[in-house]
Design a protein around this ligand. Structure first.
Ligand code: 6R9
Length: 653
């Protein structure tokens, strides 16, 4: 990784102190860093006490067979009891757990007492279908309450779930069903997206025709849209019939802290998807702790909303397990941000008085593109902490988020973590950290991360390299499902004794961490390593640019040439001379070496459903190659759109 192109992020000098009222009442203060540094394991043992254990653990970490960790190994607990029942027992049964907002505008408030009844019924139903402790259940659902209930019901009976994105194809679903050997699938007839019912069940039917998925015994189908669904008698069952007739009381059984909780597949760039395995006690400890610390959640008064999809790890950790373990009241929204209008999210914030909002940089940049006047039309004064996750957030988007959504007053927490880490790892604390837009800044209390060079030596402040995690953490992945060797090779072989995350990063003069994107995305231009994140960030700092995606395309002269795809703010047509102006702008921000050779204005960028730009596909376009696998794209049609805009011959210098 280079140091030469880091000028832009490093010259970002804006600083934002935490608001006095947040600091005064903060759940976690600066003292936490000291306590954790003094005795890291004791710090985590203390966090584990936020949970209700049937048998308290006496052991914190067993690291005798690294990197196979055991956390709280002799403790026993039930995750669903922790997320639901104990809040009812504490007298909070009437507190709303979930404010569901359907895309068509229907809504439903579910209290903790109701959630307890529905999770109990669903747990009975799964048992009736022969699902035993340890059996895997696949969940393929839209963003409806039953998705959360299904996950909690699995957790309640100790059956690890494998949630598959509702937008994934039948093939992707079949591969995941086969790898996990799931025998029951929970789905729905469909869900509402972009103003219309969108079918899900047919994809399940198709997936189950694949030989690998033929062992599925039952499909439990939630009726959401009421659309016609093909039906296989004997195999398919309606949720409202099968779950609806079960008893409303169910006694949760405690499981070992290391009992598998879920498998979640990450696609990565090559090879078959990796089934990331998370277990029970350590995972729940860290998601509950980080949600409490980083969002400063006050369960009695806050209304929390995470806009992620349930099929993404953010949905698992920060829609389901973290917030519910903490007894939060949260919003669950089914649809897209612009249905029926571009202000839908802000209308929801106003309607429910959302105080804590967690979303992705891509969404923030899309809102920037739609214009400042959209959020300005709503009362967003309830908001008090804003979070970001999924990609590096460039300083311009960070500042816009704080200004136009947070009313210039809220802390913004940029949280770095991965499916593999299970929970947040590097993030500011809203009541403590002097915030730097664009930087995730510091490992959370109890977390050890650093940036190293090619040889694994820690780099000096002011230098860049590879982000590594140097000590085990409670919510770490335990392995790749069925493939310990791949687990070792992928994460633990690049640097001896350390976890390698695959991300590039840089430490600034204060030692704060700035994420630079996946190392696979780093470009090599005339012998210089240049990070895509930084060129994108430089482009977005130009007032005309809302969003940018940069790739390195093979080039005979310079090894790779920088190609940028940009979305213009306000969607206005491209003025003459803009491309030249943008190239000059990047050159000024980062130096002439980082100047894109080609810049193309587009209407959309190819993104995964979790909001990450698929640079691989843009590289295919930039190199005039046939497109690779597009099945994980939100909208495969985007690629045709971009291709149709390509000039027949690339514009040269
Ligand atoms: C939670 C999640 C993980 C990858 C990760 C990194 C990128 C996530 C980030 C960030 C910079 C942040 N990433 N958060 N990069 N700043 N705050 O996104 O999990 O889908 O597994 O992706 O996302 O590249 O390695 P996952």
């Amino acid at each position: 990784m280079s140091n030469e192109s880091l000028a832009n992020l490093m010259t970002e000098t804006r600083r934002f102190a935490p608001p006095a009222e947040v600091t005064a009442a903060a759940n976690v203060t600066a003292a936490a860093y000291e306590a954790a540094a003094e005795d890291r394991l004791e710090y985590w043992a203390e966090q584990a006490r936020r949970l209700s254990w049937e048998q308290e653990p006496t052991e914190t970490l067993d690291w005798s067979n690294p990197p196979f960790a055991k956390w709280f190994a002799d403790g026993r607990l039930n995750v669903a009891y922790n997320c639901v029942d104990r809040h009812v027992e504490a007298g909070n049964g009437d507190r709303v757990a979930i404010h569901f907002e359907g895309e068509p505008g229907d809504s439903r408030a579910i209290t903790y007492a109701e959630l307890q009844r529905e999770v109990s019924q669903a747990a009975h139903a799964l048992t009736e279908l022969g699902v035993a402790t340890g059996d895997r259940v696949a969940i393929y659902m839209p963003m409806i309450p039953e998705a959360v209930i299904a996950m909690l019901a699995c957790a309640r009976i100790g059956a690890p779930h494998s949630v598959v994105f509702g937008a994934f194809s039948a093939d992707a679903l079949a591969t995941r069903i086969e790898d996990a050997d799931a025998r029951v699938v929970i789905t729905s007839d469909g869900g509402y997206r972009r103003g219309a019912p969108s079918a899900l069940k047919p994809a399940v039917d198709e997936a189950l025709t694949r030989p690998g998925a033929a062992r599925v015994r039952n499909v439990l189908v939630v009726r959401r849209t009421g659309q016609d669904v093909p039906w296989t008698e004997g195999r398919d069952l309606w949720w409202h019939e099968t779950v609806g007739r079960q008893p409303e009381e169910h006694t949760p059984e405690a499981f070992d802290a290391e009992h598998p909780l879920f498998i979640l597949y990450t696609s990565g760039t090559t090879g078959k998807p990796k089934g990331i395995l998370h277990t029970t006690g350590g995972y729940l400890t860290q998601v509950a702790y980080t949600h409490h610390a980083v969002f400063d959640l006050k369960p009695e008064t806050d209304v929390y909303w995470c806009t992620a999809d349930i099929g993404w790890v953010t949905g698992h950790s920060y829609i389901v397990y973290g917030p519910l373990a903490n007894g939060a009241t949260e919003v669950l929204y089914e649809g897209t941000p612009n249905t029926p209008h571009n202000g839908r999210w802000w209308e929801i914030v106003e309607k429910y008085g959302v105080t804590l909002l967690y979303t992705a940089p891509t969404a923030i940049r899309t809102c920037m593109k739609w214009g400042d006047d959209v959020p300005a039309g709503f009362n967003l004064s309830s908001l008090r902490v804003l979070g970001s996750v999924g990609e590096p957030i460039n300083p311009e988007a960070w500042v816009w988020y704080r200004e136009h959504i947070g009313g210039g007053r809220t802390p913004v927490v940029d949280t770095w973590w991965q499916t593999e880490t299970g929970a947040m790892m590097i993030s500011p604390l809203p009541g403590v950290t002097l915030a730097k837009p664009g930087s995730a800044q510091t490992p959370l209390p109890g977390i050890s991360a650093t940036v190293v060079d090619d040889d694994g030596n820690e780099v000096a402040n002011g230098s860049g390299g590879y982000l590594t995690l140097t000590e085990p953490w409670p919510s770490m992945l335990r392995t790749i499902w069925g493939d310990d060797q791949r687990f070792l090779d992928t994460y633990w072989s690049r640097f001896e004794g350390r976890y390698f995350a695959g991300d590039g990063a840089k430490k600034d003069a204060d030692g704060d961490i700035w994420l630079l994107g996946r190392v696979d995305d780093v470009m090599l231009v005339s012998g210089h390593n240049i990070s895509t994140t930084e060129v994108e960030s430089a482009l977005v700092s130009h007032p005309r640019i809302a969003e940018a995606a940069v790739v390195g395309a093979t080039d005979p002269q310079t090894t790779q040439a920088i190609c940028a795809f940009v979305i213009l703010r306000g969607g206005a047509p491209q003025e003459e001379g803009l491309v030249e102006e943008l190239r000059a702008h990047v050159s000024k921000e980062l130096g002439p070496i980082a100047k894109p050779k080609r810049i193309l204005a587009v209407d959309e960028l190819p993104k995964t459903r979790s909001g990450k730009i698929m640079r691989r596909l843009l590289r295919d376009i930039a190199e005039n190659r046939e497109l690779g696998d597009v099945t994980t794209l939100t909208d495969p049609a985007v690629m045709d759109l971009i291709q149709s805009k390509l000039p027949s011959a690339p514009s040269e210098d």
